[in-house]
Write a new protein. Structure first.
Length: 154
């Protein structure tokens, strides 16, 4: 499954970059994230609760930042085990560009699931993944925007 998107953030690129590398910000923005712990400058461990159709699972896994090009972008990759539900893994290539005093965040996501999750059907999985990505970026834009903590209008 692949998806692409773009978000405009009314903040300088350096500020957006700092938040993209901040464990607390990422934890607040990842839907269902219960724990996110930084284990090195480029690695985290995570616990995320997710529901895909009839399947609910707690995933434990690792997240790594690669292809670092501060403050222009990176690749964030993760994989998690959800017990009997199966596994999920994916990566997102994130780029930051400055345009007219704002930062344009562009992303391309690739994801795979296996086990019981893979039996649910690609349409349901794709819809859930798109919603999770959209929720993450909506929360991220709100966290980085001036007047932090308020959801953007519209």
């Amino acid at each position: 499954m692949e998806m692409h998107g773009e978000r405009r953030i009314p903040a300088p690129r350096e500020a957006v970059w700092a938040k993209l590398n901040d464990a607390e910000t990422l934890k607040e923005c990842i839907p269902g994230c219960q724990e996110l712990e930084k284990t090195s400058d480029t690695e985290f461990t995570a616990k995320v609760r997710a529901k895909v159709g009839p399947v609910s699972a707690n995933f434990t896994g690792k997240v790594a930042l690669t292809d670092l090009d501060p403050p222009k972008g990176y690749t964030i990759s993760g994989e998690g085990q959800g017990g009997v539900a199966g596994f999920a893994k994916g990566s997102a290539k994130v780029s930051l560009d400055e345009e007219g005093g704002e930062t344009v965040l562009r992303y391309g996501v690739q994801a795979q699931v296996g086990g019981k999750l893979a039996q649910i059907g690609s349409r349901l999985i794709d819809g859930t993944a798109r919603k999770m990505a959209d929720d993450f970026f909506t929360r991220f834009v709100a966290a980085v925007s001036p007047g932090e903590g308020t959801l953007p209008s519209g």
